[in-house]
Design a protein. Sequence first.
Length: 162
Amino acid sequence: MFIDVPEGKDPILYVWGELVPGIGPAASAFAMSIYEHSTLGLREFEAARLRIAQINGCLFCQDWRTERDGVKVEETFDRAVEEWRTTDAFDDRTRLAAEYAERYALDHHGLDEEFWTRMRASYDDREIAELSMCIGSWLSFGRLNRVLGLDAACVLPSHVTG
């Protein structure tokens, strides 16, 4: 980790809450609102989120699975996201979500008319705006966690030993 966290403090809570009190809590609220208020289907949501996590290299984000009403994507979903171009596990919307996330992160200037025609055939304007906000949040905050080494400090409750 590249931030000096005081003894006994949780790194995530310290950086996101205390270290920059005028920004961290607001950023955290925005990041959480993506999960609390998204109307996107779970599979397209997770395809975009996981593709950004894979691009960012955020360990925690790659390990995380969003749950809605007790439902999560299948265990092999992350591998399907890596192979979004060829997997038979995705419908058009899920595949487009993974593609959009990748292109948003790596080639946003290359989002051409052909791409937008395909997106508009599967998503309406509200869904495109929502997906764009989600992707932007994951790209920035997941990358922040990775760059500062916070992703290695995060541990999913299911992985806590003891």
